[in-house]
Design a protein around this ligand. Structure first.
Ligand code: HEC
Length: 148
């Protein structure tokens, strides 16, 4: 199973090695370029890994109902709810972060600290971990939404 995904991902990456997701542009038909993924991996490791896990697997307790005393970061590797969010929703969470109703930040916002390109690259990195069928269904839903 994982070998098959790797083969598909490699083939798709090779097919579009010069096209990265440009901010504000239409979502590219292929996956992501290697430079974008590499930049995104470094940014992710620095800013996101401590909560979302080094491989974006999420905190082990992310499905445990919280009594309000903790907020366990969910996976970003395509195994949680991440891929059910639209591109706009993912961007909005990363830019603004997440606050509880009382104003406590459970996830910091990154708009002031990361550029639009940084955020695109971080998204490229974690979306490159999504199994191709998951990415394809997300991509189709988002393409349909932008045409809507
Ligand atoms: C201090 C811990 C922390 C850090 C650092 C952090 N996050 Fe989060 N993140 C969370 C938590 C907790 C949630 C869930 C918030 C909620 O309950 O809605 C979350 C949610 C998300 C979501 C929504 C996922 C979903 O399933 O809807 C995305 C996307 C995300 N984070 C991306 C990032 C990125 C990218 C970075 C680094 C630039 C980052 N996060 C850094 C704690 C963190």
């Amino acid at each position: 199973m994982s070998t098959k995904w790797l083969v598909v991902a490699t083939a798709v990456l090779a097919a579009c090695s010069n096209e990265g997701p440009a901010p504000g542009a239409a979502i590219p038909a292929g996956r992501f370029d290697a430079a974008s993924i590499a930049r995104g991996a470094a940014l992710y490791e620095e800013h996101c890994a401590q909560c979302h896990g080094p491989q974006a697997q999420g905190h082990p307790d992310w499905l445990t109902p919280s009594d309000g005393s903790f907020a366990a970061a969910p996976p970003l590797n395509g195994s949680g709810n991440d891929w059910t969010r639209s591109r706009a929703q993912l961007l909005a969470v990363i830019r603004a972060g997440v606050k509880r109703p009382d104003g406590t930040a459970v996830m910091p916002g990154w708009e002031q600290r990361l550029s639009a390109r940084d955020i695109e690259d971080v998204m490229a990195w974690f979306q490159s971990l999504w199994p191709p069928p998951v990415y394809e269904s997300w991509y189709k839903a988002n393409l349909a939404a932008t045409k809507g």
